[in-house]
Design a protein around this ligand. Structure first.
Ligand SMILES: C[S@@+](CC[C@H](N)C(=O)[O-])C[C@H]1O[C@@H](n2cnc3c(N)ncnc32)[C@H](O)[C@@H]1O
Ligand code: SF4
Length: 382
């Protein structure tokens, strides 16, 4: 398979297991009760086969980043995560300075776990914290105690991890401004170099969506979400964590290189059930169910459910959509004449504050523009 030369290359591995399903989550993940056949060991065997098939398809890329996500990768434990990284190294060259991340859930981590994965070569840990407010954690169906995520972050740093992320969610029904501020403060106090903060999305088909439909919970309000974003941004910025993507803040050098690859035109292989990949101009996605996945790879077949060849228009839309959300901005040269004209209106702001600012040859969202990033994209693309 042909890659565009000179661009970073990543590997994403999807771990499709969770102990319980959080009511808001629509990621491709399964509880033990939902899985008949495939357990973590069988999944790991299937993954090895997919990695071997992937290596045979590709022209020997060197991996710059590896990201093990889920689901709950920490459920695999230190030993299986070590085996997993060994399998990756058996199939691919991994750059000496590669960023190797695993996601982890606070309740399935402990000091020895972090020691083991650090020794295996992981360089970065991303923990789902979401909030410190007990009522928010309860509404989100999180099973960890309010203090466990920051304790886990400290354990990871004690084990030698310099790159640790905490994920927050804001706008949960019943959350107050103070709940959010205390959560942001706790993340900062933990001393991590990266925080992601996501507005709660009520995804169709989730338990949360059913509760909202029944009127038990109210959907997050747009103005409240914007205010909470501003609160979080101000606190994180004051603490030295700077936004580098609309929902991501980091200390200088703490940016997630793997995710930057997604947003900045990089290419990656997506392995595991439901994983997406993007190489050349081809995007594909794997079958979702772990049992179907295992059956396909057992027959030495790539477990692909579908693929698309992105044309020039689709590539351009993606380019604008993703790059405009980055602090480094969107190079003006990537826009056509009509789009540049529409950008002028956003730079001027009209009756309102401007949504874009020009920095050299790039367009960067203003503070207000970050709250309206989707509208900026719609305007630019016309
Ligand atoms: C899919 S999870 C995987 C990591 C891990 N299992 C966990 O829960 O911490 C990655 C992150 O996505 C975010 N997320 C998942 N569903 C979301 C939703 N409906 N709205 C906003 N953020 C969401 C959460 O912050 C979560 O930490
Ligand atoms: S948010 Fe994380 S722990 Fe909860 S169901 Fe989704 S992947 Fe699993």
């Amino acid at each position: 398979m042909l890659r565009s030369p000179g661009q970073p290359f990543g590997l994403y591995v999807h771990v499709p297991f969770c102990v319980t399903r959080c009511g808001y989550c629509d990621f491709n993940t399964y509880t033990p009760a939902e899985l008949g056949g495939v357990n973590p060991d069988a999944w790991l065997l299937a993954l090895r086969t997919e990695l071997e098939l992937a290596a045979a398809r590709l022209d020997a890329p060197t991996l710059n980043t590896v990201f093990v996500g889920g689901g709950t990768p920490s459920l695999l434990g230190g030993e299986r995560l070590t085996t997993l990284l060994g399998m990756v190294r058996d199939c691919f060259a991994v750059a000496p300075d590669a960023e190797i991340t695993t996601e982890a859930n606070p309740e399935s981590t402990w000091p020895e776990f972090f020691d083991a994965i650090r020794a295996a070569g992981y360089t970065r840990v991303s923990l789902g914290m979401q909030s410190v407010a007990p009522r928010v954690l309860a509404t989100l169906d999180r099973v960890h105690s309010p203090g466990r995520a920051t304790a886990a972050a400290r354990e990871a740093m004690d084990a030698g991890f310099e790159q640790v992320n905490l994920d927050l969610i804001y706008g949960t029904p019943g959350e107050s401004d103070d709940d959010l501020l205390r959560s942001v403060e706790a993340a900062i106090d933990a001393g991590v170099d990266h925080v992601s903060a996501y507005a709660l999305v009520v995804e169709d088909g989730t338990a949360l969506a059913r509760r909202v439909r029944r009127g038990e919970l109210s959907a997050p309000d747009g103005d409240v979400l914007a205010h909470r974003y501003e609160l979080a941004d101000a606190r994180l910025t004051a603490a030295g964590l700077r936004w580098y993507e609309v929902s991501n803040w980091a200390r200088p050098g703490g940016e997630c290189r793997h995710n930057l690859g997604y947003w900045d035109g990089g290419q990656w292989w997506g392995a595991g059930p439901g994983a997406h990949g993007y190489v050349g101009a081809t995007r594909w996605w794997n079958v979702k169910h772990p049992n179907t996945y295992a059956e396909l790879v057992a027959g030495a077949t790539l477990p692909v459910a579908g693929f698309e060849q992105l044309g020039a228009d689709a590539l351009h839309t993606e380019d604008v959509l993703l790059r405009i959300r980055l602090r480094q901005g969107l190079p003006v040269a990537r826009l056509d004449a009509a789009e540049r004209q529409r950008a002028e209106a956003l730079l001027a702001g009209g009756a309102d504050e401007a949504l874009l600012v020009a920095e050299g040859d790039r367009l960067v969202l203003t503070d207000r523009g970050r709250l309206l990033a989707d509208a900026v994209v719609r305007t630019l693309l016309g």
